[in-house]
Design a protein around this ligand. Structure first.
Ligand SMILES: *[C@@H]1O[C@H](CO)[C@@H](O)[C@H](O)[C@H]1NC(C)=O
Ligand SMILES: *[C@@H]1O[C@H](CO)[C@@H](O)[C@H](O)[C@H]1NC(C)=O
Ligand SMILES: *[C@@H]1O[C@H](CO)[C@@H](O)[C@H](O)[C@H]1NC(C)=O
Ligand SMILES: *[C@@H]1O[C@H](CO)[C@@H](O)[C@H](O)[C@H]1NC(C)=O
Ligand SMILES: *[C@@H]1O[C@H](CO)[C@@H](O)[C@H](O)[C@H]1NC(C)=O
Ligand SMILES: *[C@@H]1O[C@H](CO)[C@@H](O)[C@H](O)[C@H]1NC(C)=O
Ligand SMILES: *[C@@H]1O[C@H](CO)[C@@H](O)[C@H](O)[C@H]1NC(C)=O
Ligand SMILES: *[C@@H]1O[C@H](CO)[C@@H](O)[C@H](O)[C@H]1NC(C)=O
Ligand SMILES: *[C@@H]1O[C@H](CO)[C@@H](O)[C@H](O)[C@H]1NC(C)=O
Length: 636
């Protein structure tokens, strides 16, 4: 691979001198602040699903050749593709949304560099940006850049059939923005600005040429026109630059009908396509963090509670059905009163859960409320973990089956069956997955600095190290969660002592009276109230201070919304799958299920005897790769 070096990045920036990360953070609206990816690293332990998944994903990023990723962009700009084999699936030359995977590849590369210092990945992504710059120059259309011709926007204007040009355009804007703001690549910033200029000019043209109702038809009328996170992106640009153009542009993508209904807290989500509706709600959240308009916060809060309370499975996942009509529709939200009839082989698309994590992260920041962290964890451990076949990189799920006698290799989504393949899938659940797996160290810790008192919030139990260089402090978290219920936190500092509040999350699922906290081997007498933060009774911390936190987990039944006798079985926050192809009736006494495996070197394994005498074994859903399983069981 030959590197063409353009102005602005003759040498790599060092991780310590990076520019401000892209997310616009206005402290007025945030109780908790996130750490940047370069401050938190995943570390190994006897069981680290986040790290293993991240490494597998990196192996996938590594095996994708740059020229194949660029193929459709080259074709679009009349650059020779001789000797290059095109990719398949949603990236194939005939796909309307070609080029989106590369856009996410840039996002993931920037994060791989920040999160685990993968300079090799950064160099690969810099090369891709340089080639995209060639494409943008060759296209010579006032900044337009895509793997498809600008004709797609004309088709939108004429309300002709075309698949999601605005969505595609936004993904590339985001990819360039991440390369610019996260890794300091100024060329990417210039290219992004040119793309924005083009978009602005086009939108001005549309506003002068077409009526508002025509514009609304162009943007909101069909699922094929899915417009993705464009409002989120544009509001963020407005926050970063104060350029009013971006505010105006963002507003044109606020769907008044949809957002207005949410502002009124009405649940009209039945039959609504999930993944095209989560990002615009995140856009509302972004608008709130920039303008402080309360109704935009309310829109996001209401959306969350409607989805969470009325359309969500025990895994935290929230869409899918088994047919193509009414409340059964695939990729749609189901009727909350009929959820039990939607359990099938194509529930919860990965990309929806990815977007829900983004949305819930906003709620965590705004409110610091533990219920949102519980929700975040539920999705994280059940709907992110367990979506890759670990036998080889690049085999990931579109939807996650939650039905009776289902299996991941027989899941349905993206127009095919089972785990996808390395070069012929590239679904929306691949694009979002490569980004998700590079940022698995995100949202484990938050902090606040209100009234100049530092506080750290420990939210997720994931083997990791927080390196807070400014404070001359590291905190190492060692855990094999959930195979073991303890997590051990050690302070590392060169300072004599450091003053800060430590807040540990007490999860909703904890068995309080069998859980405890030790500081330097001394058992603390503190109440552990489920769904709260426990404030540790110590302010001054020294090198080598150690907290051992044991969170006892219990088995529980969680009924589905519309049937109190149809339950999913959880161990702490972990959803279990029964290794059986039939939903046998279980005893309503949860104590009939017993834990078999005891050490953190083995999978959690449980066993019970169904009422008809059948012995059923259960594994965490995330540890099931190819076996047939059943998630919901009737109890009697
Ligand atoms: C992580 O630790 C486990 C157990 O200590 C070990 O078996 C495994 O090889 C380690 N993995 C890596 C990538 O270091
Ligand atoms: C594409 O490139 C070829 C070879 O460089 C050239 O002959 C052809 O005119 C170009 N086509 C367009 C549409 O620019
Ligand atoms: C990042 O990796 C490079 C080598 O690729 C190394 O020189 C550098 O010290 C690393 N930086 C950090 C902060 O780990
Ligand atoms: C939605 O969930 C809320 C909270 O659990 C509940 O009060 C409400 O009845 C549910 N609505 C429907 C239609 O099920
Ligand atoms: C949907 O699932 C139900 C059982 O839950 C089944 O009877 C029905 O045939 C399924 N429909 C389709 C279209 O697969
Ligand atoms: C799952 O099945 C696929 C297809 O048969 C196979 O390639 C893969 O190795 C299996 N994975 C595991 C972990 O057994
Ligand atoms: C955490 O510390 C406890 C108490 O010293 C120890 O029993 C346990 O093995 C440790 N866990 C890990 C993952 O290091
Ligand atoms: C713990 O509390 C539960 C009720 O929440 C009670 O049933 C159980 O007996 C208690 N166990 C101990 C060891 O005190
Ligand atoms: C623990 O679970 C695994 C299945 O993941 C099984 O192969 C192993 O035999 C179990 N160990 C014990 C001691 O039951």
């Amino acid at each position: 691979m030959q590197l063409l070096v353009f102005f602005g990045f003759l040498f790599l920036n060092s991780l310590n001198s990076l520019p401000i990360p892209s997310s616009y953070v206005n402290n007025d609206y945030n109780k908790l602040l996130p750490f940047y990816l370069q401050q938190v690293h995943l570390i190994n332990s006897t069981h680290s699903p986040s790290l293993i998944g991240q490494q597998l994903n990196q192996a996938y990023l590594d095996l994708l050749p740059v020229d194949r990723l660029l193929y459709t962009y080259y074709v679009n700009a009349n650059i020779s593709v001789e000797g290059i084999e095109p990719l398949g699936g949603w990236e194939s030359p005939s796909s309307d949304i070609r080029g989106v995977f590369l856009a996410f590849y840039l996002q993931a590369s920037a994060k791989a560099y920040l999160a685990y210092n993968n300079t090799h990945q950064l160099i690969k992504a810099q090369y891709l940006v340089e080639q995209l710059y060639r494409v943008q120059k060759n296209l010579d259309e006032s900044g337009f850049l895509a793997a498809w011709p600008s004709e797609h926007l004309r088709k939108l204007e004429h309300l002709e059939k075309v698949w999601a040009p605005i969505y595609c355009y936004e993904k590339l804007l985001r990819g360039l923005s991440d390369m610019y703001t996260l890794t300091g690549l100024t060329l990417a910033g210039q290219m992004m600005n040119s793309m924005l200029d083009y978009l602005y000019t086009w939108m001005i043209f549309c506003s002068q040429t077409y009526s508002i109702s025509h514009w609304h038809a162009m943007i909101f009328s069909t699922l094929g026109y899915e417009y993705g996170g464009i409002s989120d992106f544009l509001y963020e640009q407005y926050g970063l630059t104060n350029d009013k153009r971006y505010f105006w542009m963002a507003q044109q993508f606020d769907n008044g009908k949809f957002l207005g209904a949410l502002a009124l807290n009405t649940d009209f989500l039945t039959g609504v396509h999930a993944n095209s509706h989560v990002p615009p709600v995140i856009g509302s959240g972004r608008r709130y963090t920039i303008t402080g308009e309360e109704q935009y916060r309310l829109i996001l809060e209401n959306f969350y509670s409607i989805v969470w309370n009325n359309h969500t499975y025990s895994t935290g996942g929230s869409n899918g059905g088994n047919g193509s009509i009414g409340f059964y529709q695939q990729e749609r939200y189901s009727d909350s009163n009929l959820l039990s009839q939607t359990l099938w082989n194509n529930n919860q698309e990965f990309c929806v859960q990815y977007n829900m994590l983004k949305l819930i992260r906003m709620l965590i920041q705004w409110s610091g409320e533990i219920k949102y962290v519980n929700a975040y964890e539920r999705i994280f451990v059940n709907s992110i973990w367990g979506t890759q076949d670990p036998s080889e990189p690049g085999h990931m799920l579109y939807s996650y089956p939650l039905g009776e006698g289902v299996s991941k290799p027989k899941s349905v989504g993206g127009g095919s069956t089972g785990y996808g393949s390395q070069f012929d899938s590239f679904w929306c659940c691949y694009t979002t997955a490569i980004d998700q797996w590079t940022k698995m160290s995100d949202s484990i810790y938050f902090y606040s600095n209100k009234n100049n008192i530092l506080s750290i919030y420990i939210n997720l139990f994931v083997a990791s190290q927080l390196d807070w260089t400014e404070q001359k402090l590291s905190i190492q978290q060692i855990t094999a969660f959930p195979r073991e219920t303890t997590t051990n936190l050690t302070f590392i500092t060169l300072l004599n002592q450091i003053s800060m509040n430590i807040y540990l999350r007490v999860p909703s699922w904890i068995v309080s009276n069998q859980s405890w906290i030790e500081i330097n081997n001394i058992r603390q007498t503190i109440d552990l109230i489920p769904s709260s933060y426990v404030h540790l009774p110590r302010i001054n911390w020294r090198n080598n201070d150690r907290i051992v936190y044991n969170m006892n987990m219990k088995l529980s039944y969680e009924p589905i919304n519309d049937n109190s006798k149809l339950v999913s079985i959880l161990y702490g926050p972990i959803v279990l799958g029964g290794l059986i192809n039939q939903a046998k009736i279980l005893s309503n006494d949860i104590n009939t299920i017993r834990k078999i495996n005891r050490t953190s070197y083995e999978s959690l394994l449980f066993e019970t005897i169904a009422l008809d005498g059948t012995i059923i074994q259960f594994l965490p859903l995330y540890e099931i790769i190819n076996q047939t399983y059943t998630v919901y069981f009737p109890i009697h």
